[in-house]
Write a protein that binds this ligand. Sequence first.
Ligand code: MTE
Length: 398
Amino acid sequence: MSLKRREFLARLGQASAAIALSKYAIAPGDLGQALAQEIPGKEDMIVHATSPFLLETKLQYLRTFITPNKHFFVRNHYPAPRLDIETWQLTIEGEVETPLTLKFGDLKQFEEVTLTTWLQCFGNGRSFFVPRASGTPWRYGAIGQAVWKGVRVRDVLLKAGLKVGAKHVASQGYDEPPPGAEPFIRSIPLEKALDPNTLLVYEMNGEPLPLLNGYPVRLLVTGWGGSASVKWLRRMIVTKEEWPGRFMQVAYRVPAGPTPPGANIDSKDMITATRQPVNSFFTSHQGGETLPAGEVRLTGVAYSGETGIDRVEVSIDDGPWRPARIVQPDPSTTTASQRALSWHHWEFSWQASAGKHVLACRAFDWLGRTQPTEQRDIPWNPLGYNYNAIQRIEVTVQ
Ligand code: MTE
């Protein structure tokens, strides 16, 4: 049962006091369990923060091909705005022939598109970087896959008409920064905005977008890190240059080449982070489990931005890499273009004998790219983006 707003805020106040008082005694994730029921539209999340919400999906909810809305992760910079679909509007401005103001009903004039794809925060896996990278210590749960419905950004931009020189499209939501802070504005190159899989979405898994995931309309930039997918859309500004704000020029930047762990690297010397690198991880186990000997079904996911997964392999105790079976999407019933967008679920049957064992998985995408063996081989960046080292977990078999 949902609590009244005042009671909810009072509880949040107590919760923040609890964090402040026992900073070292209560892990944010544990504290979050107590509050998990009161988060609008969400259930049973790992709560990294409540103001604004930073909610991680538990591993068990990544075992289904589609992640339920109530368990889908949330990464907010500022408090989520509560918008009314009747008064909501989006402006298309900047380097366009005819600036547009679109109300929700105006989106109907564009062809409706449905696609199944994952959305991952650039910082997913950040907690595995050594030395520690700053930012929310996500494990593997800042990702989820949904069936999204919406219209193509391309169709909207072409209706407005692009001026010569248009090169980027910046987007801003209705979320308000606190005094002195910059609004969350992110731009993508025009080429990506015109990609038929870059959408303005209003439906997630057959329902209106959840409040915390961008209701009523958000951008969905498939295959790229989540920050490009601006929520609660308010303005799209066509520009000649990449957006100059801090969410483009300071945050969400990665080195162009190899960089040793812990290197002191300036954001000016990095480039804007875009597509997500090939990655895979176990969903059946997270390490530390004790299992009975015999057949163990290992499962996991694999994905790579803007391309499909060719194969996934599993190695036990640093032994030979052996093929895992791709379970979903089924190649006999899906098109290659669908498979390029969605994550892959895989399984591997392991005959487990008594003792401690190290399990590892790795994926290869259609372009032959695979994951770095060690985390030190990921180009180091101080904010911990694009983690994709091969996962190695230890389990005990009895
Ligand atoms: N859009 C707005 N307006 N404000 C935000 O704080 N966070 C971004 C992006 N879009 C954000 C936003 C980031 S960093 C991520 S990872 C994704 O939303 C997360 O999407 P989700 O919260 O729906 O999972």
